[in-house]
Design a protein around this ligand. Structure first.
Ligand code: ZN
Length: 165
């Protein structure tokens, strides 16, 4: 979706012409419970031609594919014969079992909750996404950086809490 009706909110190349009320109305078309059911919200800036044209320096698609395949294998092994084959399928009791956090990680998540006003459903999504981020990183433990990345993927919740309320 666009960030607003005109499509330029937060864009560095053009100015958004919407009023705060229009942005609120536009965002309000997606209800909180629907947002809660989406695992990852992420803001993607418009691509500039110079970026498309420049030499690519990140991971290659083949490298990313290998990392994803590895994360899938980790999950298959972890859940064994439980009829679960990916983190996204974890339900409440399994989340408590497999997405265990240390003290520091709990503190970060608690702070994010208090600041962003997240729902219980968003909480579980963050834990499952953090489990996946850790798997992609080849880490048994969900660390602070994994939780922090998963929180980043709730950008619409953040927008809601900062701009509209
Ligand atoms: Zn706009």
């Amino acid at each position: 979706m666009n960030p607003c009706k005109c499509g330029y909110l937060g864009d560095t190349s053009r100015e958004c012409t919407c009023t705060p009320a229009q942005v609120s109305w536009y965002r309000g078309k997606i209800s909180g419970p629907l947002l809660d059911r989406i695992d990852i919200h992420i803001e993607v800036a418009a691509v500039k031609y110079s970026d498309l044209d420049s030499a690519h320096t990140g991971e290659t698609s083949a490298q990313i594919k290998a990392r994803v395949n590895n994360a899938r294998m980790i999950q298959l092994k972890r859940y064994g014969q439980q009829g679960i084959y990916s983190n996204s399928q974890l339900y409440a009791s399994k989340i408590r079992e497999y997405c265990v956090l240390g003290l520091e990680e709990k503190e970060l998540l608690k702070a994010a909750f208090e600041n962003l006003g997240l729902s219980a459903r968003a909480h579980d999504r963050i834990l499952k996404v953090a489990r996946t981020v850790a798997d992609l990183d080849g880490s048994d433990k969900i660390g602070v950086k994994h939780i922090a990345e998963a929180i980043q993927y709730r950008s619409l919740d953040r927008r809601y809490s900062q701009e509209l309320f």
